[in-house]
Ligand binder design. Structure first.
Ligand code: ADP
Ligand code: TZD
Ligand code: MG
Length: 578
């Protein structure tokens, strides 16, 4: 129905043929596969495509920069298990979107970057076309798969391949190159319709072998101090009930990785989030579910894992992930839903609970740490420190558990991750595997668009700057997004001094900037909050009204520490002048 169908007279005057073209075939192929939202930036050669897609009922969200549109698409993929679609113009627009495509691949989020491109003939002879670039070659090393469609009759197959590559197996980013000429190519409408492919079972279940399931259960049964680590792959899998059953029937303490927080509530009696160092050090068997032993888990070895020998069980869809950092004694390869269901079936009715000395030791440590933190979260200091401000936000998320929390920064990230409890799955979206700054506004927009839920974005002032211009986008689409900027005048702290001249130090920004006025510039609500009480009032008002709001939360510029919690990764010069 979207096909703008024209009638033309062919050579034979009585033969009237219905025609379609590349524009319409791409739109029809997207719609046929339920891909009804596009995040992008218009321009040559895709301006008309965006207009036509919008007219055909696809939601096309126009951003101010492709990187933010790309991050939006990537998190849409995480939230929906359908590939998020990002649409860009050629060369520079494509490159702007590429960071997000690589980010999607790194984080195992399904996404398709669709970029218009220049004419093959000119690009290949390097004759200097408008925005010339061999985009397919550039994209290839940064994504799971890359395809180019040269003929209108191949659009259906091209999109089908892109969808399958994005969502099957380990999800990731896919690049689809659409040269300008393709859009205008005309073909018979009926032939065109027949050429489209509705992808059946795009991410087929991958069942684990029964032996691998039994092996895992045997290892788990022999454990004295078992631990389950839930990663964002487990959150992505949307096997929430099965995972909850596995955790509860096994009685094993669980540790959620950042974006798996809320998969089971952080206040669940088995949650070991606040006893992280203890459970990593003292556990003897660790079952990873959709979490990699990368830097975020200190590669499964070294000081943070203690001297206690470990046995690792790993559930993952990617066989090559096994043994990537340390030996995995029980690999269980398959999709998480199937693997966890198989484990549950294998556990049968009577499963031994873990030794009580272990579970009580974990719970005790957790309760001690929570109690230690509690008074700091209630402080009403002015200027605010991180804890005073986060204590307020923690309560707000507890009262509004279906709100989506976006979080980036250094101290603003690390402290918020620890302080703000999550209560529902897939409600915490953050910097992910790379610890990248810039996901903020793109994620906030996609989270609001895809879920219709209120969004609270907790942003370092530096982190916010990477995507800040998208507050206009938030206002333009009138999205229920409340941005809170933890404004400490800079990166980590606002107090650094340049020892070599008059320029400001590299980590400091304009002192006492008023980010709230950026939101006001576009018709949203801006608030300057200097105390936890003011912050609380402003956030609650924003969440109640659903109006685009930006709160400039004034944070003590001395409160943070270098690189937040990961300062140990910072190389230091032994020769540095004091
Ligand atoms: P975190 O950063 O939370 O520790 P990672 O991104 O390191 O999580 O790990 C996610 C893992 O989940 C990846 O190894 C990926 O292959 C895996 N994964 C993603 N989706 C599924 C799925 N549906 N079934 C099984 N494994 C999955
Ligand atoms: N560029 C990109 C794309 N990602 C990064 N992670 C960085 C640069 C380096 N970086 C961090 O790792 S955190 C951070 C930067 C620039 C900003 C920290 O400052 P903030 O947070 O204001 O966001 P706090 O609360 O001041 O620590
Ligand atoms: Mg800062």
């Amino acid at each position: 129905m979207s096909a703008v169908v024209q009638s033309i007279s062919s050579a034979a005057p009585d033969a009237e043929r219905e025609l379609t073209d590349g524009f319409n075939l791409i739109i029809d192929a997207l719609k046929l596969n339920g891909l009804d939202t596009i995040y992008g930036v218009p321009g040559i050669p895709i301006t008309d495509f965006g207009r036509m897609a919008q007219a055909a009922g696809i939601r096309v969200l126009s951003f101010r920069h492709e990187q933010n549109a790309g991050y939006a698409a990537s998190i849409a993929g995480f939230l929906t298990k359908k590939p998020g679609i990002c649409l860009t113009v050629s060369a520079p627009g494509f490159l702007n979107g590429l960071t997000a495509l690589a980010h999607a691949t790194t984080n195992c989020f399904p996404m398709i970057l669709i970029s218009g491109s220049s004419e093959r003939e000119i690009v290949d002879l390097q004759q200097g076309d408008y925005e010339e670039m061999d985009q397919l070659a550039v994209a290839k090393p940064l994504c799971k798969a890359a395809f180019r469609v040269l003929h209108a009759q191949d659009i259906g197959i091209g999109l089908a391949r892109a969808i399958r590559a994005a969502v099957s197996g380990r999800p990731g980013g896919v690049y689809l190159d659409l040269p300008a000429k393709l859009f205008g190519q005309v073909m018979d409408a009926e032939e065109g319709r027949k050429s489209l492919v509705k992808v059946i079972d795009a991410a087929p279940a991958q069942l684990p072998s029964p032996e691998s399931v039994q092996r895992a259960l045997d290892v788990l049964k022999g454990a004295k101090r078992p631990l389950i680590i839930l990663g964002k792959g487990a959150a992505y899998a949307q096997a929430d009930d099965a995972i909850r059953q596995l955790v509860e029937r096994s009685g094993i303490p669980f540790l959620p990785m950042s974006m798996a927080k809320g998969l089971l509530p952080d206040l669940h009696p088995q949650c070991a989030g606040a006893a992280r160092s203890t459970v990593l050090k003292d556990s003897d068997v660790v079952m990873l579910i959709g979490a990699r032993l990368n830097w975020l888990l200190s590669h499964g070895k070294g000081k943070s894992w203690g001297d206690q020998p470990k046995k690792f069980i790993q559930i993952d869809i990617e066989p090559k992930e096994m043994d990537s950092n340390v030996e995995i004694v029980a690999p269980v390869v398959g999709d998480i839903g199937s693997c966890v269901s198989a484990l549950l079936a294998g556990m049968g009715g009577a499963w031994p609970v873990p030794p009580a000395d272990w579970t009580t030791a974990v719970a005790k440590k957790r309760d001690e740490n929570v109690a230690k933190m509690a008074p700091r979260l209630m402080n009403n200091n002015v200027p605010m420190d991180y804890h005073g401000a986060l204590g307020v936000l923690r309560t707000i998320i507890k009262e509004r558990p279906d709100a989506i929390l976006i979080n980036e920064g250094a101290n603003t990230l690390d402290l918020a991750r620890g302080v703000i409890d999550m209560h529902q799955p897939r409600k915490r979206l953050d910097v992910g595997t790379w610890g990248v700054m810039g996901i903020g506004m793109g994620y906030a927009i996609a989270a609001a668009v895809e879920t219709g839920k209120p969004v609270l974005a907790v942003e370092g002032d530096s982190a916010f700057g990477f995507s800040g211009m998208e507050v206009e986008t938030i206002c333009r689409y009138n999205l229920p997004v409340c941005v809170v900027i933890f404004n400490n005048n800079g990166i980590y702290r606002g107090t650094d001094v340049n020892t070599g001249g008059d320029d400001p130090a590299t980590t400091v920004f304009v002192k006492d900037a008023r980010y709230d006025r950026m939101m006001e510039a576009f018709g949203g609500v801006g608030v300057n909050a200097v105390s936890p009480d003011e912050l609380k009032r402003a956030v609650n008002a924003a969440m109640d009204s659903g109006k685009p709001t930006l709160i400039n939360a004034v944070i003590d510029p001395t409160a943070g520490s270098e690189s937040g919690r990961i300062g140990n990764l910072n190389p230091q010069s032994a020769l540095k002048k004091k």
